[in-house]
Design a protein around this ligand. Structure first.
Ligand code: NAD
Length: 359
């Protein structure tokens, strides 16, 4: 029997449904071209789930995700729910779904389409050949450590604690080494081992795990240096692995190398192949419903799903090549068009990419 992959599809709010619809067309085209089979099941999540079910993450949505091989998510949130109490906010649903699905890493690729080099704030010659992935630890570190305030002789003091255990570091390190093995086999582990104890444990652990991946070249980079090198020589990085807060900052920095938020895909992974895939951008309420949003980030999220969860590398290549071809031919949505009067809409961009896909 054919291997049918189950994908939970969560369109969400704002432009979420528009961009997800185009990504679903890409799934369908992949079935036709490569003979793969996908079974998609739609579920409510975020603001729309608050409106219809009274909670951002309904139990049945979680069940649909848990019984799937992967989740494709559009985006959630919008002004309508901004003043809700914490438990009735779409963002609370995002934290909840990541926790419930055991997702402990966030993966963000940043690569440059030659024809969009001009859209970046960096010089084209610096960007040449940039193709990197940031692997960020998502569940530990200073964001989740103990937090409190206390009175001192110098007034009130606030404390945030940063903690990491070996198990948390080992699992993210293995994941990063394994991703590097599917690419150019270079891993940069980013820490602040000259001052932080958590970073020293991070470095020791990554060094120990490295013995199991002798084919991957490992370098350790201090976070401040990494922030500089990302702007100086971005093309020298392949995979970057780092802890939660450093990853939060560096992944946004890396994202801006590419110029537009409408182009960036991401994945959240746990143990095993399961993953949640979504564009980096939000629900863009300012342009929702106008049919002008850029679907490329969501379409590239499907390519990332093929690579990281299903191992369908040929199909992922086909999507990425199609996106490149369409951009090279000069087609642009408003967010990446220099001359806005020539911009095409969401449907047209999706269709052009589907038509350009080949085996
Ligand atoms: P945003 O990413 O939604 O929008 C920022 C700007 O980029 C806007 O001008 C928007 O029009 C533009 N933009 C974003 N995606 C685009 C696309 N695909 N095509 C063309 N233009 C695009 O960020 P925001 O405005 O800060 O947030 C809006 C809402 O989205 C908020 O409620 C926020 O909480 C939510 N959000 C959700 C997620 C998520 O679901 N993971 C992530 C970020 C923000």
């Amino acid at each position: 029997m054919a291997d049918v992959k189950k994908i939970a599809v969560i369109a969400g709010d704002g432009i979420g449904p528009e961009v997800v619809a185009e990504a679903e067309k890409v799934l369908k085209r992949t079935e036709e071209l490569f003979g793969y089979q996908f079974e998609t099941e739609h579920a409510l999540f975020g603001g729309i789930a608050i409106d219809e079910k009274g909670t951002p993450l309904p139990e049945e949505t979680l069940k649909v995700c848990q019984s799937a091989d992967a989740v494709l998510l559009g985006a959630v949130g919008g002004p309508k729910w901004d003043n809700n109490s914490k438990e009735l906010r779409p963002e609370t649903g995002l934290l909840g779904i990541r926790k419930a699905l055991g997702l402990f890493s966030n993966i963000r690729p940043a690569f440059i389409f030659d024809c969009l080099k001009e859209a970046s704030t960096l010089k084209p010659e610096v960007l040449e050949g940039t193709d990197l992935i940031v692997v960020r630890e998502l569940t530990g570190g200073i964001y989740f450590g103990e937090k409190f305030r206390r009175e001192t002789a110098n007034g009130q003091e606030a404390v945030d604690t940063c903690a990491y255990n070996v198990t948390e570091i080992e699992r993210i390190a293995r994941q990063a080494f394994e991703i590097a093995q599917t690419r150019r086999k270079k891993l940069a582990s980013v820490d602040k081992a000259n001052v932080l104890e958590t970073s020293r444990l991070w470095r020791e652990t990554v060094n120990r795990i490295a013995a199991d991946y002798p084919d991957v070249e490992l370098e350790h980079v201090l976070v401040d240096n990494c922030a500089m090198q990302l702007l100086r020589r971005p093309s020298s990085f392949d995979v970057i692995v780092t802890e939660n807060m450093f990853g939060d900052i560096l992944s946004d920095e890396a994202a801006m190398l590419t110029g537009s938020i409408g182009m960036l895909a991401s994945a959240s992974l746990g143990e095993g192949a399961f993953g949640l895939y979504e564009p980096v951008h939000g629900s863009a309420p300012d342009i929702a419903g106008q049919g002008i949003s850029n679907p490329i980030a969501t379409i590239l999220s499907v390519a990332l799903m093929f690579r990281l969860t299903f191992g369908y590398h040929e199909a992922a290549d086909s999507i990425e090549r199609a996106v490149k071809e369409v951009l090279d031919a000069g087609h642009r949505t408003g967010d990446i068009a220099v001359d806005k009067s020539t911009a095409i809409g969401t449907l047209a961009m999706g269709q052009l990419i589907v038509d350009a896909m080949r085996k």
